[in-house]
Design a protein around this ligand. Structure first.
Ligand SMILES: C[S@@+](CC[C@H](N)C(=O)[O-])C[C@H]1O[C@@H](n2cnc3c(N)ncnc32)[C@H](O)[C@@H]1O
Length: 253
């Protein structure tokens, strides 16, 4: 099979209208209401979402070592694991970790098709309490940003320790600029992207409010520093648009 770049993701189509009208209970949480529209929300809110998921599949296929595990931290509805399941040639152990049971219910449905090829393990647990032993690839897209700062460093360290030599972390995060003036301009550009994807200004503002103190973005430099401090020897910023970036980080042999 060739690269997954042109392939459609398996996304449920229920439209995200959560912030359109009515009061939204703050703070933002990954509850049943969000889960119902999550695929639509994430693909309309994260720049280059499809490219990032396809990129994660490409890098996973390149760094997977047989008889090891592939772990998706904050797997949500299982979109990455499902695409990987279709494109990974050899049968593998695909592990999804998420602390939202509603997300994992959706993921279980989505992954049913690839279960005949791969061993699927869905773990309903906070990532901070999980083991990453015997993994050759860990993917963690837009999840670390929801943890407290000390937990973030601890989790990255646990991932580094659990990866086998030659193992890879593929990680994406929302970031903020170290320069307030740039941050302002980037935010306006990002909001234009959301407007183009059909969100009204009041929806954009309400969601921003709900995410305050729930999603705390760091700068790209701070992210790189945390990855370095966790032990990763080679780190690259791979994909970047607006205030979102994907990194690859290698635990060398
Ligand atoms: C923005 S979503 C991730 C999107 C997903 N990786 C994707 O690419 O579609 C964040 C996910 O992380 C989960 N999450 C948040 N904090 C977590 C934690 N401490 N441990 C495990 N999962 C967590 C949420 O339930 C949610 O499903």
């Amino acid at each position: 099979m060739t690269e997954p770049l042109e392939t459609e993701l398996y996304l449920s189509s229920e439209k995200d209208e959560l912030f359109e009208k009515g009061p939204w209970p703050k703070p933002f949480a990954f509850n049943a209401e969000v889960v119902k529209v999550f695929d639509n929300m994430v693909s309309r809110s994260v720049p280059l979402y499809r490219e990032v998921i396809a990129g994660a599949v490409h890098w996973t296929r390149a760094y997977y070592q047989s008889k090891t595990r592939i772990i998706d931290v904050g797997c949500s509805t299982g979109t990455f694991l499902e695409l990987l399941g279709r494109f990974l040639k050899q049968p593998a152990i695909l592990v999804g970790i998420d602390n939202s049971p509603d997300m994992l219910d959706k993921a279980r449905e989505k992954l049913a098709q690839v279960e005949s090829i791969h061993q699927i393990e869905l773990i309903c647990e906070s990532a901070e309490n999980c083991s990453f032993e015997n993994s050759s690839v860990v993917v963690m897209n837009y999840t670390l940003q929801f943890l407290s700062l000390p937990q973030r460093q601890k989790l990255l360290l646990a991932i580094y320790q659990g990866l086998v030599p030659g193992g890879l972390l593929f990680m994406s995060e929302k970031i903020r600029s170290g320069c307030p003036q740039f941050q302002e301009t980037i935010t306006r550009h990002y909001e234009a992207f959301k407007t183009k994807n059909g969100y009204a200004q009041n929806e954009i503002e309400r969601k921003k409010e709900a995410l305050e103190n729930v999603l705390i973005p760091l700068s790209e430099a701070e992210q790189l520093q945390m990855l370095k401090q966790s032990g990763f020897e080679y780190i690259e910023s791979l994909i970047k648009l607006h205030n979102f970036v994907s990194f690859v980080a290698l635990k060398s042999d």
